[in-house]
Design a protein around this ligand. Sequence first.
Ligand SMILES: [Zn+2]
Length: 111
Amino acid sequence: MTDPTERLQAERAATAAQLAALTRSFDDVVESIEDVGNDDEHDPDGATIAFERAQVIALRRQAEANLAEVDAALTRVAAGTYGVCESCGRPIGPDRLDALPTTRTCVTCAA
Ligand SMILES: [Zn+2]
């Protein structure tokens, strides 16, 4: 098996950058809410901002979860358990690892 560290680290950097960008856009959205003020019940932008805010929060949660998965995968690489199914203990297929480098389970257990 090829060393997955480089790929996981690249994935980690990309996810961290995404998270930083999402945090910035979240701040922008919060700022625009503050600009509108609290008496915006009849403001047509109010619903859009609320939607954008919910979307940024969801994306940020997803990026945070991805980052945690990448970190967990790197920990498994260090521990020598990367690529071993956490459920049945058998090796995870290289094709599956290639498609999902942070996966914890083999294709049989994931099904
Ligand atoms: Zn398994």
